[in-house]
Design a protein around this ligand. Structure first.
Ligand SMILES: Nc1ncnc2c1ncn2[C@@H]1O[C@H](COP(=O)(O)OP(=O)(O)O)[C@@H](O)[C@H]1O
Ligand SMILES: [Mg+2]
Length: 421
């Protein structure tokens, strides 16, 4: 029996991790048998080497080895791909076609991403695994084949079974032997070793001196989560080899090629997703509403001040913190500009301008003319009422009434004339 070391060399597998060694050893042991094997592990951990080792070390090594990516074949054609079809079985089936199970008779089929197989295909697969029998699509003739199956998956099969996406009986039939490949983050000792190997491969490929990591960069390399495992590590090594001018790579440079830590954290699984989403949305909405209400109150205060006071700059000074609160730092300048503009207007005119402005804006809504007239009228009425009451309260003393109304004496005088009071 070939040694683990020899196999690693033959198949270009780098690393000395005990779990990796154990998995390779298992592949070697199981190879001469016809037992089905399920290779499990995250994406990019190197699952594809295992079926190759098994095939090469088996008595089938002179037979065919076919790797099928179950996730990449459309659901409508997968049965025909795997088991073949009869002429006229469906539109476009102009000829009889042999499927992989017929072609690989005497060899090995590697079913990658087996968890993606449609349920109907799973039934056919179970049958072929149990007694070597299959039927072409559109045929009624049972055929026999002798194929060894090695399957691989990066999805949690128990979860898939629970969700009824994968048949339990097929799972047990496929996973007589389970070979698990550990994620890179659990193979700390191998990370730098693999990086050096890839760096030297790419230096050779691109005819450049080999990149080298500083001690700090090695630290970063070891601490990273490597969700994409060896495939990701290899990509990072290639990118740095090609894109960096200096050949000594610092921690900061390396970090530039790694996704941020946040992206590497495992996703928090929410049990009642919609509930929690909704409550957080509601919280956000409440917050927005409260903030808006508080802004509105502040604006009201400021507007009152402006209406009472002749000097906009005084108002600005007196209400600095309020202005800051409403407009923030960035807009403080804009606000100052708008105050400058306001100075041109004489503040005592403000009240009448306010109603003028409302009149103008109402003009735009031609579709609601009647309502508009009423509203304008009622606004004048209200204004009139306010002035009357105020004058009454102060026994006709305009100064006091003007102060109460927040307008200048001059404006009040004009209003009295306008309304014929
Ligand atoms: N131990 C290893 N040594 C060297 N290269 C490896 C090793 N494991 C995986 N690779 C490389 O990493 C890449 C991803 O491996 P692959 O078998 O396709 O992963 P999986 O099928 O688990 O997603 C391939 O380019 C493969 O050659
Ligand atoms: Mg793969």
């Amino acid at each position: 029996m070939e040694s683990v070391q020899a196999i690693k060399q033959r198949f270009g597998i780098i690393g000395n991790d005990p779990k990796l060694n154990r998995s390779i050893e298992k592949a070697i042991q199981v190879a001469p048998t016809d037992i089905s094997v399920l290779v499990t592990g995250e994406s990019g951990v190197g699952k594809e080497s295992i079926p190759k080792i098994i095939h090469q070390l088996s008595h089938r090594k002179h037979g065919k080895y076919i790797a099928v990516n179950c996730g990449a074949i459309p659901e409508g054609t997968i049965d025909s791909e795997l088991f073949g079809h009869e002429k006229g079985a469906f539109t476009g089936a102009t000829n009889t076609r042999e499927g992989y199970f017929e072609v690989a008779d005497g060899g090995t089929i590697f079913l990658d991403e087996v968890g993606e197989l449609p349920l109907t295909t799973q039934v056919r697969l179970l049958r072929v695994l149990e007694n070597g029998e299959f039927i072409k699509v559109g045929s009624s003739k049972v055929q026999k084949t002798d194929v060894r199956i090695v399957a691989a998956t990066n999805v949690n099969m128990f979860e898939a079974i629970k969700k009824e996406k994968f048949r339990e009986d097929l799972f047990y039939r496929l996973s007589t032997i389970d070979i698990h490949l550990p994620p890179l983050r659990e193979r700390k000792e191998d990370i730098h070793l693999l990086f050096r190997k890839f760096a030297s491969d790419f230096a050779l490929k691109y005819k450049m001196p080999t990149i080298k990591l500083t001690d700090d960069a090695v630290e970063v390399l070891l601490k990273h989560r490597w969700n994409g495992n060896i495939r990701q590590l290899r990509n990072v090594a290639e990118q740095i080899s090609v894109l960096e001018h200096t050949r000594t790579i610092s921690a900061a440079t390396l970090k530039g090629y790694l996704p941020s830590e946040g992206d590497n954290l495992p996703a928090i699984i929410k049990t009642s997703k919609s509930d929690s989403d909704f409550s957080s949305e509601r919280e956000i909405l409440y917050k927005v509403l409260f903030d808006m209400k508080s802004d509105l109150n502040d604006l009201k205060k400021l507007t009152m001040e402006l209406m009472k006071n002749e000097n906009a700059h005084d108002v600005q000074k007196k209400n600095e913190s309020l202005i800051q609160k409403i407009y923030g730092d960035e807009e403080a300048e804009d606000y100052e500009d708008s105050i400058e503009d306001m100075e041109v207007l004489s503040i005592p005119e403000k009240m009448s301008q306010l109603s003028d402005a409302i009149d103008e804006s109402n003009d735009k809504y031609h579709f609601a003319e009647e309502v508009e007239e009423e509203e304008t009228l009622s606004l004048h009425d209200k204004e009139l009422e306010l002035i009357k009451k105020s004058l009454e309260r102060h026994q006709g003393k305009r100064k006091l009434a003007a102060a109460e109304l927040g307008i200048s004496e001059r404006t009040l005088y004009r209003k009295i004339k306008q309304f014929d009071l």
